[in-house]
Write a protein that binds this ligand. Structure first.
Ligand code: GLA
Length: 670
C-alpha cells in the first residue's frame, strides 16, 4: 500500500505545542497560521504526561479540541506519538527503565528521552499509548500522518545498563546464529585473552583499562541503532493496524554529527522520510551544510522528503546562538526545497514562554506579529504556495558519494594510525568543491545500484564488505569513474585488516600497493608536484607503489619525496583514481574538476560567482533554483520559454536577475 501525504503542494508548518498555552491563545494561533499559509502542523510530540495522567488512565479531551480546531481551520495534523518524553510517574513505577551512561551513571528523569531503549517497561508503555492514540484518531479528518516519537537517539542512543547488555547478547546471538565461536572469530578475541566461553560473559563496551576490542565496539553501535529502530517499527506497526492507509514518519537528523543511527537501515521503514536541520553559529557557509544535508536525506528517501524542523532564527543549544540575517530564513527554506523537500516546517510554531527552550526562535516570536521573523514567515508561505507544482520532482545527479555508517564508526575507533580522521569532515572536504562547482550529487550505500552514475566518489570508506568492494570496483571496470580517498578499503565488515598491502579492497582496481602508512601530524604538510602550483597535502600520506596506475602527483618533501600521492588507473573499461593525501582545498577542487570532466559530469548550470544552482526534475519541466549567496546582484541564463515561479512572471531574453540574497525558481519546460 502506498502511504503518501495528502496535503497538497509544498506542506508548510511547524511543531505546534498548544498544550503549553492557555486555550484562549489557540484561536489566535489558527488565525495566524491561516494568515501565514500554514497547511500542516505536528502536534502532541511531548504531551504524554497530559494525555495519560496515571498509568492506563487517559484524558484526550484537550487533544480532541486541538484536532477539531485544526480541522475546522483547514490545517492538517501530523499527529505524534508522545513517546520521546515519558512522564515522571512512569519512572517512579519503573526506575529500571532509566538509562545508564557508559560510566555507569543512572540518568534521572526531568528532561526528555531519558529511557533505556531496551527496557521492556518502556516498550510496553510506549506501545500502549501509541495504540490508544492510533485507535482514537485513525479516522480523524485532521490527521494526515503519524509522527512517530521524535529524533530517535538524540539523547539516549546508548544505554549501558544490564537490560541493554542482555538485549545486546540476544542481538549478537541472532547475528552470529547462536554460534559463539563465530563471534569470537569475528571479534578476533584470541587477542588479549578476550575469548568468550559463555554468551553471558559479553557486556556492552564499558570503560575498561586499555583499548577495547574494535569489533565489539562496532557491533555495539550497530546494536544500538537497531534497538531504537525496533522501537520505531513496533510503534509503526501498532499505528498501521489502527490506520492502514496513513503514512508514518520519524524525524531524522542526518547532520549534527549524527553518527548514532544507521539511517540506511532506517529509511526503508519510513513511509515518508523527514529530517531536522539546524545551522551552526560558527559555520560561515551554512548554505553548504544545508545542501549536504538535503542531498543526503533525498538519497536516503530515494526522492522527495520533508523538512520536519529547522529554525526561523536563533536556537538555544549552542554556546552563542546567532539570529538569521536579512533574507536568510527564506534562502534556507527554499534551499531545502531545492534539494528535494516537499514540505517545510519549523521548530516551532509559537516561541515558548517557559521551559528549557524558551530562548529558541519560532514562527511566531515572543515579539508577536510586529517582527521581522513573522513578516518573513508570511512571505515564505506565499513562496511555498507558488512552488506547489515542484512537489514530487527530484534530483538529476550523475555523480555519487559513498556514505556508510559502519565505515564512519570504524574509522573513528580508537587506536587508528591517526586519531585525526573525522568521517563527516573527510566527506565534506570533497562535497564542498563539488557544491562550489554546482555539480549535483547523490549519496549512496557501497552496495547501491550505480548504473545511473558516471562518477562515484569514496572520500572515506575505511570499512567495506566484499559486496561493497565488488560493487564499487565493478562500477569502475564496467566503464565508470571511481575516485577513492586515503585509508579506504582497509578493513572488512568485522574490522579485520585486508592483508597484502593497502588500500586492501581497492588495491587491484586502483593499480597501486602501499606497504606503509605515514599519517601527518597536526599542522604538518608536505609539498605536492603534478597538481596546482604550490600545492600541499596534510593529514595523511602513505608509501604508494604503482602496480599498473600512473602517478598524477607525487610528494616533493618529507620522507616520501618522489612517491606517488595521487594516481590514476585504467581499469577494465573505466578509470580508478586514488587520492592518498588530503590536498589543500584549492588543489582538491581542481583535481576533482579534472576527474569529473574526464568522467563527463557537468555542472547543473554555469552561474555567476555566489549563485547556487540546483535542479529538480519533474515529468514535464525542470525546476531550476537559483540562490544568490553573494554580495552583488547577478543574472543567470535560463531557457527562452521559462517562467519564474516565485514572481509568476515569464522570462524575457533568456536570462533571469537574482538580486544579492534573493532566490529565483525557474520552470523550464522540457
Ligand atoms: C530538536 C528537537 C526539537 C527541539 C529542537 C530545538 O531538533 O526535535 O524538539 O528541541 O531540537 O532546536
Amino acid at each position: 500500500m502506498s502511504r503518501v501525504l495528502s496535503v497538497p503542494g509544498i506542506a508548510y508548518g511547524g511543531d505546534y505545542n498548544p498544550e503549553q498555552w492557555p486555550e484562549e491563545v489557540w484561536a489566535e494561533d489558527v488565525r495566524l497560521m491561516r494568515e501565514a499559509g500554514v497547511t500542516m502542523v505536528s502536534v502532541n510530540i511531548f504531551a504524554w504526561a497530559l494525555l495519560e495522567p496515571r498509568e492506563g488512565e487517559y484524558d484526550f479531551s484537550r487533544l480532541d479540541r486541538i484536532l477539531a480546531l485544526l480541522h475546522d481551520s483547514g490545517i492538517a495534523a501530523d499527529l505524534a506519538t508522545p513517546t520521546a518524553a515519558p512522564p515522571a510517574w512512569f519512572f517512579r513505577a519503573h526506575p529500571e527503565a532509566l538509562p545508564v551512561d557508559k560510566d555507569g551513571r543512572t540518568l534521572s528523569y526531568g528532561s526528555r528521552q531519558t529511557f533505556c531503549p531496551s527496557s521492556p517497561a518502556y516498550r510496553e508503555a510506549a506501545l500502549r499509548i501509541a495504540r490508544v492514540l492510533g485507535e482514537r484518531y485513525a479516522d480523524h479528518p485532521a490527521v494526515v500522518m503519524w509522527h512517530v516519537h521524535n529524533e530517535y537517539g538524540c539523547h539516549n542512543a546508548e544505554c549501558h545498563c544490564d537490560t541493554s547488555a542482555a538485549a545486546f547478547r540476544d542481538w549478537l546471538r541472532t547475528k552470529y546464529d547462536d554460534d559463539l565461536a563465530a563471534l569470537n572469530h569475528a571479534w578476533g578475541t584470541t587477542f588479549w585473552s578476550q575469548w568468550y566461553y559463555d554468551w553471558d560473559e559479553i557486556i556492552p563496551p564499558r570503560p575498561t583499562g586499555a583499548v577495547p576490542n574494535p569489533t565489539h565496539q562496532l557491533d555495539w553501535r550497530r546494536f544500538c541503532s537497531d534497538a531504537l529502530l525496533s522501537l520505531y517499527e513496533a510503534e509503526r506497526e501498532v499505528l498501521r493496524e489502527a490506520a492502514p492507509g496513513l503514512p508514518a514518519t520519524t524525524n531524522f537528523m542526518v547532520m549534527h554529527n549524527f553518527d548514532k543511527l544507521d539511517y540506511w537501515r532506517w529509511a526503508p521503514a519510513l513511509d515518508i522520510v523527514s529530517n531536522d536541520h539546524y545551522l551552526r553559529s560558527t559555520d560561515p557557509e551554512s548554505q553548504i551544510d544545508i545542501a549536504f544535508s538535503g542531498d543526503l536525506v533525498r538519497s536516503l528517501a530515494g526522492g522527495p522528503w520533508l523538512l520536519m524542523e529547522h529554525s526561523t532564527g536563533a536556537v538555544n543549544w549552542q554556546p552563542v546562538n546567532r539570529a538569521k540575517t536579512a533574507g536568510e530564513l527564506r534562502r534556507n527554506a527554499l534551499a531545502h526545497v531545492a534539494r528535494g523537500a516537499d514540505g517545510i516546517a519549523y521548530f516551532q510554531w509559537r516561541a515558548a514562554k517557559a521551559g528549557a527552550e524558551q530562548w529558541h526562535s519560532a514562527m511566531l516570536p515572543h515579539a508577536g506579529t510586529d517582527s521581522q521573523i513573522w513578516r518573513d514567515v508570511v512571505r515564505l508561505g506565499a513562496d511555498l504556495r507558488a512552488l506547489a507544482e515542484v512537489r514530487g520532482s527530484t534530483g538529476t545527479a550523475e555523480a555519487a558519494i559513498v556514505w556508510d555508517w559502519s565505515a564512519w564508526w570504524a574509522v573513528e575507533l580508537p587506536s587508528q594510525p591517526s586519531g585525526e580522521l573525522r568521517f563527516q569532515d573527510l566527506i565534506r572536504a570533497w562535497y564542498e568543491p563539488l557544491w562550489r562547482a554546482g555539480v549535483a550529487v547523490d549519496f549512496v550505500r557501497p552496495d547501491a545500484d550505480l548504473s545511473s552514475y558516471k562518477l562515484v566518489l569514496a572520500p572515506s570508506l575505511y570499512l567495506v564488505d566484499d559486496e561493497g568492494k565488488a560493487n564499487l570496483t565493478g562500477f569502475a571496470s564496467g566503464g565508470g569513474t571511481l575516485a577513492v580517498g586515503f585509508h579506504s578499503g582497509a578493513v572488512d565488515e568485522n574490522c579485520h585488516i585486508r592483508l597484502g598491502g593497502y588500500p586492501g579492497a581497492f588495491r587491484e582496481a586502483l593499480g597501486v600497493r602501499t606497504d606503509e602508512l605515514f599519517p601527518l601530524l597536526p599542522g604538518e604538510s608536505v609539498g605536492l608536484a603534478g597538481l596546482d602550483e604550490n600545492s600541499t597535502g596534510t593529514l595523511w600520506s602513505e608509501r604508494v607503489a604503482l602496480a599498473g596506475a600512473e602517478a598524477v602527483a607525487s610528494y616533493t618533501s618529507g620522507p616520501l619525496t618522489g612517491v606517488p600521492a595521487v594516481t590514476r588507473n585504467a581499469y577494465g573499461s573505466g578509470t580508478a583514481w586514488y587520492v592518498a593525501t588530503r590536498p589543500d582545498p584549492t588543489t582538491l577542487a581542481s583535481l576533482l574538476d579534472r576527474i569529473r570532466e574526464e568522467a563527463g559530469v557537468e555542472s547543473v548550470r554555469t552561474t555567476p560567482e555566489g549563485v547556487e544552482a540546483v535542479l529538480r526534475r519533474g515529468p514535464d519541466a525542470d525546476y531550476l533554483f537559483l540562490i544568490n549567496h553573494g554580495e552583488v546582484d547577478a543574472e543567470a541564463e535560463v531557457s527562452a520559454d521559462a517562467t519564474e515561479l516565485l514572481s509568476g512572471k515569464g522570462i524575457e531574453g533568456g536570462s533571469v536577475k537574482v538580486a544579492s540574497g534573493d532566490v529565483a525558481v525557474v520552470r523550464e519546460p522540457r
